[in-house]
Write a protein that binds this ligand. Structure first.
Ligand SMILES: [Zn+2]
Length: 495
């Protein structure tokens, strides 16, 4: 059996969430709309209409390029990619692949602690096609809501080597797109899509093998499974002395395998030529209608990897928690908003770090667990950051025990009620006053002389019994640490 190296490149499409479509004023939010309601003569491909490029889509593509430290073209142009399909009424797609706005760049990924940089070949901007809906009675319906929506296409160099790397790359990219707030980047909803090119070669070879393109994966998990399947399939073929043909295959998730679809068209089939209705777009200062790169630079938000580093440094979070919280922009914002509310009572940075670490623990364990149970994201939870801050303060100040905190949290999660409200409603409090606890302990010791004798004659278990009695008398509201310390002191003193 021969071992092969997998050479993997990705072609990724992300739908930009601009208000209007790429070349017309039609609404760009097609998911909720009834079929063929977000359309106009331009995106329906009527003859004689003229496309007008969406400036925001161009700026966002360049913003993405800057975040990936790519080169922004001084000039790029749109072109026509000619092909016929029922969901493409113009019979051509306006794209910018041959002379793209963004060249090169790269994204660092962390796969199980090993960091790798995956280079990009280029990023271009294009319009999406419509959708065919295949009805049960055998007819097919055309919905043009999606026709003309702006897509950025990111083409990587063939730097990836495994299914896990492909998955992590896509997850890292999703995090970036969301931090830039330019795309919802949701694979399940189809506004982030990925085609994978895979070929195998012997480890000592430079030359690339025949490339197989795999499509139809709509989750990160599917990407990983499809790549791993394809590596195995091609290895088996090569080991059997068979040839790999360049083709397009589709991932069938229920079967867990890729299936042949068609042999790949060559690029020249599309007869690309410059779009005559849109002049070249320039970024040169002083040019008429030039894209202002300085303005785009000033739009750059804190990037996910910068946020991760800051969370670790500023709040003292461990790497795992910092990565988890900063990876998701909504999660990161929730975390910091909660801290802001706590900040009113805790200005000292060491106290703030304690709070931050405690909050991170709750968000990565209790909160994440509850969210997973009912499959919702942070933006859908009922607990306001202000109430989460109350919970953290209540625990920190010992107003409620750890056990009580979990009960309060469960109700907050379910109902969205305030933490202080629940504590009051349930008459919850934690007795931490050692004087008060001492009095209860005195009563317990007096009522249990035999147990006290047992303890003094060396029966360690008796201690636990006495703690249990104190907790029962206070209905679980006594601070366990204070009970243990006070009881030990009293038993020791009376020796
Ligand atoms: Zn339109």
């Amino acid at each position: 059996m021969q071992e092969y190296e997998a050479v993997i490149g990705l072609e990724i499409h992300a739908q930009l969430k601009t208000r209007s479509k790429m070349f017309c004023g039609s609404d760009n939010h097609s998911i909720e709309a009834d079929p063929n309601t977000n359309v106009c003569p331009v995106c329906m491909g009527f003859p004689g209409t003229l496309p007008v490029p969406n400036r925001q889509a161009i700026e966002w593509t360049m913003l993405l390029g800057m975040a990936l430290e790519a080169k922004i073209a001084e000039e790029f142009n749109f072109e026509r990619k000619n092909y016929f399909y029922p969901d493409l009424p113009k019979a051509y797609q306006i794209s910018s692949a041959t002379n793209p706005p963004v060249i090169g760049g790269g994204l660092k990924i962390d796969v199980n602690g090993a960091e790798r940089e995956i280079h990009l070949h280029h990023i271009h901007l294009e319009e999406d096609a419509g959708k065919l809906v295949h009805a049960k009675n055998g007819t097919s319906l055309v919905d043009l809501n999606r026709a003309g929506t702006p897509l950025v296409e990111m083409v990587t160099e063939p730097d990836l080597r495994s299914g896990a790397e492909a998955r992590v790359f896509m997850q890292t990219l999703r995090s970036l797109l969301r931090h830039l707030q330019i795309s919802d980047a949701n694979m399940e909803q189809g506004n982030l899509r990925c085609d994978v090119n895979i070929s195998l070669r012997k480890y000592d070879e430079k030359k690339l093998g025949a490339k197989v393109e795999v499509k139809n994966m709509n989750s990160f998990k599917m990407i990983e499974r499809a790549v791993n399947y394809e590596i195995e399939r091609q290895s088996d073929l090569l080991n059997d002395g068979k040839k790999i043909y360049q083709e397009t295959r589709g991932w069938d998730d229920s079967k867990g395998k890729t299936l042949g679809q068609r042999s790949k068209e060559e690029a020249h089939d599309y007869r690309y030529f410059p779009e005559p209705d849109i002049p070249p777009i320039t970024t040169r200062k002083g040019d008429e209608n030039a894209i202002d790169l300085e303005k785009i630079k000033s739009m750059m938000p804190e990037l996910p990897w910068e946020k991760k580093a800051r969370f670790a440094l500023e709040y003292g979070l461990n790497k795992k928690d910092a990565n988890y919280l900063a990876d998701d922009l909504d999660m990161a914002n929730y975390f910091e908003k909660t801290l802001e509310h706590i900040g009113e009572t805790a200005k000292n940075s060491e106290i703030m770090k304690n709070y931050a670490i405690r909050l991170a623990n709750w968000m990565t364990s209790e909160l994440a667990g509850k969210m997973n149970e009912i499959s919702i994201g942070i933006s859908e939870i009922k607990i306001e950051p202000e109430n989460m801050a109350e919970l953290m303060a209540s625990i920190e100040k010992g107003a409620i025990s750890g056990k009580q905190a979990k009960q309060v949290f469960a109700e907050m999660f379910k109902t969205g009620k305030s933490c202080y409200g629940i504590i009051e409603e349930r008459g919850m409090k934690q007795i931490t006053d050692t004087g008060e606890i001492g009095k209860i302990i005195d009563d317990v010791l007096e009522a249990n002389p035999k147990v006290v004798e047992d303890y003094k004659s060396g029966k360690e278990k008796a201690f636990g019994f006495l703690v249990g009695q104190v907790m029962a008398k206070t209905r679980g509201q006594a601070n366990p640490k204070a009970v243990n310390e006070t009881l030990a002191r009293k038993l020791g003193n009376s020796n």
